[in-house]
Write a protein that binds this ligand. Structure first.
Ligand SMILES: Cc1ncc(COP(=O)(O)O)c(C=O)c1O
Length: 422
């Protein structure tokens, strides 16, 4: 009620600001100091920090649940199996997969893509066929396809991009040919930050009956993914980039495709019955999980998703967009700095070069200031070639980063100029 009118105001809906400081308290490592200063961690695209929820879940797993899964008739093994399968169910929910049976645990996005290349690829790609990727792929979405193409006598084709780091979608109709057997495209570029219009790419490919794999390693850390809305055929993620443990990741695949694909590796766990004459395979998803799996990883990834699910993702999106705008303006206004990757639709990644300072030297000086950024080609050498740079410095931000972190980065970059730029 206002004093002046005595009437109730119809308030504009309150859009709560994201409380990054509160969230930071959940991540023990963020309170570390580095080089005598408080750590500013801006290398989230390489790997993200872990909330206590994840650390505790792994700890608890070893203290109370450890046993091998799927094989024991005793209670402890049943409980370990339940924890492992809970992790799978959590990932299925985060990716909106129709069923946990369509989630295969792998070591990370790299293994997820290799699995598809080695199984679906070997079955469907033959001499003269084509695999279509994009100009901004991580090496892990180039090399497996290149290896497959070499083996099968097939051709790797590439969707080009423009100077801003945006894919040229008008080239798609020519690139999707009757010989294209699969399209494999990154959702969010790790070196440029570009968010690709993957829904459109999937629709174009599906209109020609071509399946699509999406490399979601950099998308999943920025919010839940809906593989059903995207209608992608495969979607690969890495646990360690989505605030979970290393050594675990997930591959979503549509059931019909996973069913008809041959197994990836042979061994225990993935069989139904074995004789020397013939082996029959376990149903999904076990068919693709040979050997004792990363149980602790699955439990930790489940806990990461459990943590992520309670965040207000609209607020996170606004917070990350604010960080991106703030960092883009601040970094690009430093004399001699050129941004690499200026797409209209970006995740919170700022890649740049500075005249007169090699990216590795930038990284070293920033480290002295307690600021961790990545420098190098970011496993995207073709992207570096396209932009005519050997490497970039990259600040990649997660929801727990703040404007203060960006201020520290910018202060560090001024220090780089003082020390290195004549
Ligand atoms: C876009 C993209 N795809 C795939 C990967 C590979 O992920 P991992 O090394 O966790 O398998 C990365 C890692 O940086 C990435 O950024």
């Amino acid at each position: 009620m206002t004093a002046a009118t005595g009437r109730h105001e119809v308030a504009a809906p309150v859009r709560p600001a994201f409380d990054a400081d509160r969230v930071r308290a959940d991540f023990p490592l963020l309170s570390r100091s580095m080089r005598g200063k408080s750590l500013v961690y801006l290398d989230n695209a390489a790997t993200s920090q872990k909330p206590r929820h994840v650390i505790d879940a792994i700890h608890r797993y070893y203290e109370t649940l450890n046993a091998n899964v799927h094989r024991g008739v005793y209670q402890l093994s049943e409980e370990a199996t339940a924890a492992y399968e809970w992790g799978r169910a959590m990932v299925a929910r985060y990716l909106h997969a129709p069923s946990p049976a369509e989630i295969v645990f792998v070591r990370g996005a790299t293994e997820g893509i290799n699995l598809v290349a080695a199984t679906f690829g070997r079955r469907h790609v033959g001499p003269g066929d084509e695999v279509l990727i994009s100009a901004m792929e991580h090496h892990s979405n180039i090399v497996p396809w290149q290896m497959l193409c070499e083996e099968r006598g097939a051709k790797l084709r590439v969707i080009p991009m423009n100077e801003r780091g945006e894919l040229l979608l008008d080239r798609l109709p020519d690139l999707l040919t009757p010989r294209t057997r699969i399209v494999a495209v990154v959702h969010v570029s790790n070196s440029l930050g570009t968010v690709n219009p993957v829904r459109e790419i999937i629709q174009e490919a599906h209109a020609r009956g071509i399946p699509v794999l999406i490399d979601g390693a950099q998308a999943a850390p920025h919010g839940p993914v809906d593989v059903q809305a995207l209608d992608c055929d495969f979607y690969a993620v890495s646990g360690h980039k989505m605030f979970g443990p290393t050594g675990i990741g997930a591959l979503f695949g549509k059931r019909a495709l996973l069913d008809e694909m041959p197994p990836y590796q042979g061994g225990g766990e993935m069989i139904q019955s074995v004789t020397f004459a013939k082996t029959t395979y376990a149903p999904l998803p076990m068919k693709f999980e040979a050997g004792t799996p990363n149980i602790e990883g699955a439990v930790g990834l489940g806990a990461a998703v459990d943590y992520l699910r309670q965040l207000d993702w609209d607020a996170v999106a606004r917070h990350e967009a604010d960080l991106l705008t703030y960092a883009t303006e601040a970094v690009s206004s430093i004399p001699g700095v050129r941004l690499v990757g200026t797409a209209a639709h970006k995740a919170s990644v700022v890649s740049f070069v500075m005249e007169g300072a090699h990216p590795h030297d930038i990284g070293t000086v920033l480290d002295q200031e307690g600021v961790a950024v990545r420098t190098g080609h970011h496993c995207t050498q073709p992207v570096m070639d396209f932009f005519g740079v050997p490497a970039t410095a990259r600040a990649s931000m997660a929801f727990y980063n703040t404007r203060d972190d960006v201020d520290r980065l910018v202060a560090g970059l001024h220090r780089v100029r003082e020390l290195l730029v004549k």
